[in-house]
Design a protein around this ligand. Structure first.
Ligand SMILES: Cc1cc2nc3c(=O)[nH]c(=O)nc-3n(C[C@H](O)[C@H](O)[C@H](O)COP(=O)(O)O)c2cc1C
Length: 198
């Protein structure tokens, strides 16, 4: 059974981004996938300290909950990330996690020993929710996620931006948004399987 790693970054449990993420995952589960969900806000970890100790072997020496995350990425088949927009981009919890993959940057570019193989390319998808209708905010977040996926040898397979949802539960009043996320989850894992079958 294939595993989809789902990273929920909002501190608001069952908030708008997590609700959409769960719909996406429900779509994946319906296609026979196992889902491993991580709430980034529940992890205890520090931002990257730029100590560069990882330049030696691609491993982070900071002993905190991030040490559980690296193997989850290595052992999953695809990645889905959901974030609320905060101050015009993805939230701090997710950015902090992304920066802690600096060790994988060294592994890939300096040591030529990436933790996830370059080929066949794994895939990643991104869900983004913001209160305002301004398009640029989700686009900013997407740009960062693209850089992250590239660093960890995942192909950016797409994203969905949901704008105009603010208070907790607002997304529940938008069944078309929930249906879109659910269908995206189905389509995403189907595309991963089609690629593997080639
Ligand atoms: C600290 C903070 C900053 C925010 N900044 C923005 C912003 O710049 N643009 C925007 O559209 N929404 C912004 N929002 C609103 C959230 O994106 C919105 O409430 C979203 O639905 C939250 O998703 P969640 O329920 O998954 O946490 C911000 C919310 C917080 C808490």
């Amino acid at each position: 059974m294939k595993t989809l790693l789902a990273l929920a970054s909002s501190p608001r449990l069952d908030g708008n981004s997590e609700t959409l993420l769960k719909e996406f995952c429900r779509g994946a589960e319906e296609m026979g996938w196992n889902v491993e969900m991580v709430h980034i806000n529940k992890l205890k970890f520090r931002p990257c300290q730029a100590c560069d100790a990882c330049a030696k072997d691609g491993k982070c020496i900071v002993k905190d909950d991030m040490q559980d995350i690296y193997p989850l990425v290595i052992n999953s088949d695809a990645l889905i990330i959901a974030s609320p927009v905060t101050f015009g981009s993805l939230n701090a919890q997710l950015k902090m996690l992304i920066d802690r993959f600096q060790c994988w940057w060294h592994a890939k570019y300096n040591l030529n020993a990436p933790f996830v193989p370059d080929e066949p390319k794994r895939k990643g998808f991104f869900l983004c929710v913001g209160a305002l209708k301004r398009k640029r905010y989700c686009e900013n977040a997407v740009e960062i996620v693209k850089v992250f996926f590239h660093n960890i040898n995942h192909q950016f397979a797409g994203s969905l931006a949901f704008r105009g949802y603010d208070e907790k539960g607002a997304i529940l009043k938008a069944p078309e948004a929930l249906a879109e996320a659910y269908q995206a989850g189905k389509d995403f894992v189907t595309s991963v399987e089609e690629k593997a079958g080639k």
